[in-house]
Design a protein around this ligand. Structure first.
Ligand SMILES: C[S@@+](CC[C@H](N)C(=O)[O-])C[C@H]1O[C@@H](n2cnc3c(N)ncnc32)[C@H](O)[C@@H]1O
Length: 273
């Protein structure tokens, strides 16, 4: 099962105000940038999946990384294209509309095998599908041996979310991530959302990728829909942000999101008999 990415068209105009431009969104993205910067050096050509409004593509391009940035929602691609043009980075970022579904159906139609030094999908782009083995196979073909893959999905264990809803007497939202797909409302559409554990992703990607590291993201800090709390007590949450940065390596796949770093095996998997 997968979500039609056209649902996200309704989100494109407000996305940066609602998330990217918030204090919480800035802190969380800076954590991801530390990881992207460590694994994708200048001179590499990186594939971005679910690029949204193009913030990460612009950041990477500004550091001398060439990016092919893709998203399934036409309005997201159009917004990202404007952002890239405003930054004068059209020679560094090429934008294409591409859904997970199309990528998985025919990766070779998108690019030649081994075309990319690495790939990433940030902030929940991976949660609108549950076909992670097919994604692993598609990306395993497009990323060169030894190349890195960085995934930032929403995970199933978010103590802030569980605690917040229990405090407000809301049992179902408190445990919604644990039971099959949950739902999210975007504009007029209600879409399914899956929450893969870090262990599940490592297993599904194992034929093509080996795990290098996993870091929690948004464990001491609240989920993005509670970012107004951070705005009211920035000093307090700044302390929690520092605590989070210091402890993320010990808390692995916990949190609103987590950062999973994988590396493409030097050999493709042996064909199934
Ligand atoms: C929460 S946004 C994250 C955007 C961006 N990665 C960021 O860091 O801000 C999720 C993105 O995934 C895209 N998306 C959702 N389902 C998709 C699918 N099936 N195929 C491709 N893109 C999809 C949406 O259009 C949206 O831009």
């Amino acid at each position: 099962m997968t979500t039609d990415p056209a649902a996200f068209d309704a989100f494109a105009a407000d996305y940066d105000d609602a998330f990217t431009g918030t204090l919480l969104g800035t802190w969380l993205r800076q954590r991801v940038w530390q990881v992207l910067g460590a694994h994708f050096p200048a001179g590499q050509h990186i594939l971005e999946l679910t690029c949204g409004t193009g913030t990460d593509a612009v950041w990477l391009a500004g550091r001398g990384v060439r990016v092919t940035a893709t998203d399934g929602a036409a309005a997201m691609v159009a917004t990202a294209r404007r952002k890239v043009a405003a930054a004068g980075l059209e020679d560094w970022v090429s934008l294409r509309q591409l859904s997970w579904q199309t990528l998985c159906a025919a990766p070779a139609a998108f690019a030649r095998p081994g075309s990319f030094d690495g790939a990433f999908s940030n902030f929940g782009g991976l949660n609108t599908v549950d076909q992670w083995p097919a994604i692993a196979a598609a990306l395993g073909q497009l990323i060169r041996p030894g190349g890195k893959l960085i995934l930032v999905p929403m995970g199933p264990f978010c103590p802030w979310e569980t605690g917040w809803h229990l405090l407000h007497g809301q049992l179902r939202p408190a445990i919604r991530r644990w039971r099959g797909p949950a739902t999210a409302t975007i504009g007029q559409a209600t879409i399914p959302i899956w929450y893969p554990s870090a262990r599940r992703l490592r297993r599904d990607f194992a034929p093509w990728f080996r795990p290098l590291a996993v870091r929690s993201l948004g464990l001491w800090l609240p989920p993005s829909y509670l970012s107004h709390l951070v705005d009211t007590r920035p000093g307090l949450f700044r302390h929690l942000q520092r605590l989070e940065t210091a402890t993320a390596r010990f808390t692995g796949g916990w949190g609103d999101h987590y950062i999973q770093v994988l590396q493409r095996h030097t050999q493709p998997p042996a064909p199934q008999k």
